[in-house]
Every structure is written in structure tokens, then in C-alpha cells.
Design a protein. Sequence first.
Length: 502
Amino acid sequence: MSGRIKTLPREGHPRQDVLEAMEALRDGDVRWREGRVFSLVFHAGDDLKAFLHEAYGIYMAENGLNPSAFPSLRRMETEVVSMVASLLGGDAGVCGNMTSGGTESILVAVLGAREWGKLHRPSAKAPEMVLPRTAHPAFEKAAHYFGVTPVFTPVRADHRADVRAMRRAINRRTVLVVGSAPQYPQGVVDPIGEIAHLAERRGILCHVDACVGGMMLPFVRDLGYPVTPFDFSVPGVTSMSTDLHKYGYAAKGASVVMYRTPEIRRHAYFASTDWPGGIYASPTLGGTRPGGGIAAAWAVMHHLGYEGYLSIARDVMRTARRVRDGIDAIEGLCVLGEPEMSVMGVASSDARDIYEVGDHMTGRGWHLDRQQNPNCLHLTINAAHLQIADELLADLREGARLAERDPRDRWIERGKQALINTAVRVLPGRVTSKLTDVVSKRMGVGGGGLPRRSAAMYGMMASLPNRGDIGKLVVDALDGMTRLDAAEDEILPDSPRAPAAE
Ligand SMILES: *Cc1c(COP(=O)(O)O)cnc(C)c1O
């Protein structure tokens, strides 16, 4: 790959030029303010955004690493954790910390479970964790990082965890079982009561991943919708994760990890006592902890309050129901399972290729995740989507109509894929890596920009001889993403005439 190096501009650019270049750069991004993206951005209006901006700015320079230097952040963090815990059935014994996001919350919870296991399951030399296949990849990442073996169990036809399969997967090495409220792919809540009961009976830990649901389900429940019990009110639940940068509508970089007792939390902590730089201890994965995320979360929770969140949840649930009913009414499309809140998977209900519907949506400026096993598109309805439900449904209807076609075409398509896959196996390496390049570009991760036609690419991926190839392909694509592309212009080219910064 022909690389390129960018050096620091010799003379600084004027502030205005820098800011304008940054604004212009956003033209290529998905239009999240208009509700075109799902799950990457949670937006509750420009007014709230301006408030968050201000709150974040006040504490932008502060560092939560050292609570004795910044008692302000320590107090805000503690109050945020307590407010979330109280929404989630926690008593005064529940404790926790803020982290940079759901992934970090899950990482520290799994690390804590591993360390807890050393004390409470000393025979478990190689600790294991039992989790439904639908649990977020952050758990697999934690397993990968911390040397815990993940034991995946299948889910039931309604996409919820199969507790019988989980029970069978537990053995003397198991330190942790996992349930999600809700799980991400189809938005259904696992049977947390049964999973936690299982953990309690075996004397092991149980983590509930309420990253997406923790700041939504309590309100959904209070609005009168049926919600499977999922929080600390369920005996046997020992830790939980809840993101504030999702339905908490906080600034990014805000999540909470909670433990039923301080005794459980201790195992997740780290302390170094012999470093020449002093005694060093930290509760989470990071070192420096940005004050802005903590402060903005504290601010938005105080500003919205219970009634504010309830009112947003009411609107979001109405919209989610409208979208769900609307999709079920479209010929050839359906919502999978019985999602309990506003997260759902949209699948084809006949022979149509749902990824083709996804391609149509991309062409219309929407950004929908493509999911697999089963193939479906993903929707996370939030406050940004209240006004666009009708347009979304109209485009889905059109997409479904266009994806309807002669079954013979599909056989021709399959034939082409089979050919490509044979080619992958017999062609020399240089040619196949070229092919990989092409596929990565199509995924929208290689050459920048958003994917255009993913249906063909997914078809090809699905028929690759083994899943390991896909892993390698994705790592190649990731690798390419953070190299300067010789074909791409600099954002802010260095000009010899650029005046120095004022
Ligand atoms: C978003 C999410 C996570 C991970 O959170 P990040 O903030 O993206 O790290 C974990 N679990 C579920 C169910 C989620 O929706």
C-alpha cells in the first residue's frame, strides 16, 4: 500500500479557517440531526445539545483520575451513579463508577468477575463466562482481553436467552453469567429472573447489560408498558451496565457500571503501590478520566429530571410503536420478535433480500446497521426520530417493493457468488487481496464514504468458506482505515502564505 505522511503545518492556521474546515468536513457524514442514523447518535434537540456543550465545557480540562484534586467530579460521579442505581431498583448498598462507555463498563465488570473467581472459585484456573449469542461483542472483547473463555449459548425462537442451554453450559469454572435488557440485535429483554436465579443457585456472578435499556426501560415500565423484570430488584443480579450517552441523552463518553455490593466491586479495582511516581489506584480501565463527560451527564440528569425523561420516553415509545406497526403492515417486511422498547430488527417475511432494502435506504440517505443470523436491519428509535417516522416507513415500503423480484434472478446471483468464492480459493494471493480491497471499500470502511450496495457483498461474505476469512478481512479493512490515503487530499492543506495564529 502506498502510504503518505502528514507533518505538522509549519505555520499555524487561523482559528476561523480551522473551524470552517472542520464544519465542511461534516458534509460527508450521515445527517444525524435529521434523524437519519440509528444507534450511533442520540439527539434530543439542539437546545439540549447546547446545554450539554456548555456543561461539558465548564469541566473540559478537569481530570477525574485523582478524586482528591477534584472533589467536584467525585461528587458528581457519585451522584450520577446513585441516580442511575435508584432508577434500577438499587438500594444504598449498590455502588459503581462512571466509565467512557458501555464497552468499558462491561470490560471492568468481566475483569472484576475474573478476579472475584480467583477468591471464590479457586479451582477455576481457566475461568469461563456463559452468555447468550446475542450479548454485545464487548463481552467477547473482555473475554479476549482478560483470558476468560466465553461459552456462547443459542437463543430461543423469540430471540431471548435460552436458560436451559445456559444452565447446561455452567460448570465449576464458570464465574459469570450474562443477560441483556434489552439485547441489541432484536431489542428483546432476556429472562433475567431465571438467569439470575441460576447464578444465585450456583453461587456465581450475574451481569445484566442494560447499556441501551437502563435509561429507558424504567420509564417504559412506568408508562404502563409490560417490561420483564431486569434490574437490581431481581435477586441474584450482581452487576449492571447502563450507558448515559444513549437514552440518558448525555454527551459521549458516559456510562455507569454498578455492583450490588462494594465487596464485588473491589475485585475490579487496580492499585500499584511500588511505582516511583507514587501510589496509584484506578477504578476503571483508563488513566486520565475526562471531566466533561461526567459533568455533562450530571447536568442533563438534573435538567431533565424524572419527568423530563418520562416525557421523552412517552414520545419515543409512541413513535416506536408506530414504526413497528407500520413495518408489520408492509408486504414482505416484519419486525422480529416482541421488542420491549424502541430497539428492533427488521427482516424480510418472504423471499426478498433484506440487505437490498438496506441498500435502497442507504441510497435515500438513511444509515441502518445490517445484522446477521438472522439477516435483518437494525433500528434504534430515539428522540431524534419523532418527526421522521412517516418518511422512514415510506422509504422502507418503496425498498421492499424494489426488492421484490423474480426468484430466478436470485439463482443467477447465487451462481455468481459461488464463482467468486471458488475464485477466492484458487487465485493467487495478490488477486484475492485485491478482491478483499474491493469488498472492504464496499463495506464503506476502506475508501471512506458510506456503503452503497452491500447486499451483494453480504451475500458473498455469507458464502465464504469459513468465518475466519471474514475476521481477517475486517482486520485488514480496519488496518487500512487509519493510514493516510495517498488519493485523499489533506483536510487543511499547508499553505506557505498562511498567517500565524493570533
Ligand atoms: C451500545 C451497547 C453496548 C456498548 O456500548 P458502547 O458505549 O458502544 O461501548 C453494550 N451493550 C449493549 C446492549 C449496547 O446497546
